[in-house]
Every structure is written in C-alpha cells, then in structure tokens.
Design a protein around this ligand. Structure first.
Ligand code: ZN
Length: 333
C-alpha cells in the first residue's frame, strides 16, 4: 500500500538495498531448521532482538552483526537462490517499480565455505526468476566487503568478474573507518573497464575525506549515504555541480547512530541545496521498514515537503543505473 505523499505517476525506486539485509526472519528460521544451524533462539519472537535493529545501535558494526547472524543460514546455493527470489517478491509487493539489489558474494559464502562465484550465479538465477514472476525490473550490484581485508576483496572481485554479465555496478561496503577506499583503486579501475557503474559507501562511518576518496580514487558516480559530506562545503558544491547522487537511508542512519534522529538528518539540507539525493531502504528486514515507510514517515519526520518528496522520486530515476531508454520506459509504464 503506497501512501498519498508518493506520486503514483512517477516510478517508485529503491537503489540501495542489501540482499543480506533483506532476508525474511521466517526464512532465517526455516533454513536454520533445515540445515541444523544453531541460532540464539528457536522461534521468531525470541530471534527478533538478534535480527532486528529497533533502537539506535552503538555503531555500524553492531548493526552489521544482525546481518552476520542472518547469513549463517546460507548453507547451500539453494538458500542463496531462495533469499534472492524472496527479496524480489517482497520488493514487488511494496509497489517498487525498479530495484537495484546488492550482494557481497564472499560475505554470503563465508559461513559455509560456498564458492563465491557460485553464490553470484545462484543469486542472479533467483533474481531473474523473481523478476519474471513478479514483473519487476531488477539490476544487481556487486559489493566488495572491505571488513575482511584486501585478499578477501580480491577474491570477491574475481567472483563477480566470473559472472560479469549479471552485474551492473560495483560497490564498496563494510568497515569504512578501518579500510579507506584508496586501497581498492585497482579493482574499481577494472570494474570501469568492464563497463560497470560505480557506487561506494562513504561518509557514513568516516568523514568527508572518505567521500573524496570514493570520488577521486574509485570514480564513484553515486555515494552510499554521504552523511558527513555536509562537513565540507566544497564537497557539497562538487556533488551538486557533478550531479553525484547520494543514496540516503534515513532509518538505517538513525539506527546505526550516525545521526541522533530523523530531524537532525542532513537530508533536507541536501535537498534545499540542490544535491541529487534518493531515498532507499538499505537493509529493510534488519530495520523492519519498507520503502513506503521511508518516503512517508521518515521523510516527513526529516522535514521534507510533499514537493521535495516527489523531487526525490525523480532524483532516483535520474540516479538509476539504467540507459535513457530504460528510464523512459519506467516513466511511461
Ligand atoms: Zn548500504
């Protein structure tokens, strides 16, 4: 059900959604039982505090711990296929018209030593089947999870390259403070050579210098979050001039304590200054939200007018990793 603040004549788009943060709690429980994976509780009610971030977390890594638990149930490739298929189904039921779903294949593969390249293929198959069954357009973004270091990222990159044809863009995620973007310059150069688009998490758990690194060293066309870009006025001017899109996720930012509450989120300031920003869910199952929640409750709490919320819908279309023809199709669906 889409609330009235969303313009129904414009496409409803989520550009920043993690597959691993979209796994249904019921599926976590089901797969755990099927594969004898130990969990901290054996029913949904007991699991809730381990899987869902309802209160501000002490930081990004505490939030990620909830995702770490979810992926322990990915015991085989069928499980990877299933969560991809269900993520597309859930997005379609939210009324989303176009989804960019991102995955970190080596991260998903880690608990049960799956082959990361096979994980990419299984997720691509599940996504394709879901897109067909639920009539939703989906593109996949591959992530390098820097938390696990340079060797792991190199293997992760090679797994994505093995299935380059199903990947639309490359992203850098994980522990931003410990692993600056310039360590990954070579991978992103190769990704651009492959024709992939580039986005990167930056300015979420580190300052504006991290956003500059993502732009200058990785060639990022969009930035995940970019919260702390506001600390550098020259950077904000650059984002406006270059039409660099910020993928903002209000509830996720509050939950990881990157901002104290919706009112103090820089989103409205960015919109007022003409920065290209879109609203996204990030990890909807962990945050226990959907995209409508972000566009209605969260955006209004952050002080956006209905006209600004409609502008954000148009921004998301402009920022989408689609051709002009594909964007035109979405607009005239
Ligand atoms: Zn993210």
């Amino acid at each position: 059900m889409i609330a009235s603040t969303i313009d129904p004549t414009l496409p409803f788009i989520d550009l920043h959604r993690h597959l691993e943060g979209s796994i249904r709690p019921g599926t976590v429980l089901d797969l755990a039982r099927q594969h004898n994976v130990p969990l901290p509780a054996d029913d949904l009610e007991g699991l809730h505090p381990y899987l869902v971030a309802t209160l501000p977390q002490p930081g990004l890594m505490a939030f990620i711990a909830k995702i770490d638990l979810r992926i322990t149930v990915l015991a085989n490739l069928d499980a990877c296929y299933r969560i991809a298929y269900e993520a597309v189904e859930d997005a379609a039921r939210e009324g989303i018209d176009y989804l960019e779903l991102r995955l970190s294949p080596a991260y998903m593969a880690r608990p049960h030593q799956l082959n990361p390249a096979d994980v990419v293929a299984a997720v691509a198959d599940g996504t394709r089947a879901g897109a067909r069954d639920f009539a939703l357009r989906v593109n996949l973004i591959g992530i390098l999870s820097r938390t696990y270091g340079l060797d792991a990222c190199r293997q992760e990159f090679e797994a994505l390259v093995e299935h380059a044809e199903v990947i639309t863009a490359l992203d850098l995620a994980g522990d931003e403070a410990a692993w600056p973007a310039d360590l990954f310059t070579d991978h992103f150069q190769r990704a651009r050579d492959l024709g992939w688009h580039i986005t990167a998490h930056a300015g979420e758990a580190a300052g504006p210098e991290s956003v500059w690194l993502a732009l200058r060293n990785l060639g990022a066309e969009r930035i995940g979050h970019g919260l702390r870009a506001r600390e550098d006025p020259a950077l904000v001017d650059y984002l406006v001039e270059q039409r660099i899109g910020l993928e903002v996720s209000l509830t996720s930012n509050v939950q990881i304590s990157a901002v104290s509450d919706y009112v103090h989120h820089p989103l409205k300031n960015y919109v007022d200054r003409g920065v290209l920003v879109a609203l996204n869910t990030d990890d909807p199952a962990v945050s226990n939200i959907d995209l409508s929640h972000e566009y209605t409750h969260a955006a209004q709490a952050a002080g956006l007018s209905p006209a600004q919320i409609h502008q954000i819908q148009r921004n998301a279309l402009e920022m989408a990793f689609l051709t002009p023809e594909e964007k035109a199709q979405l607009l005239h669906k």
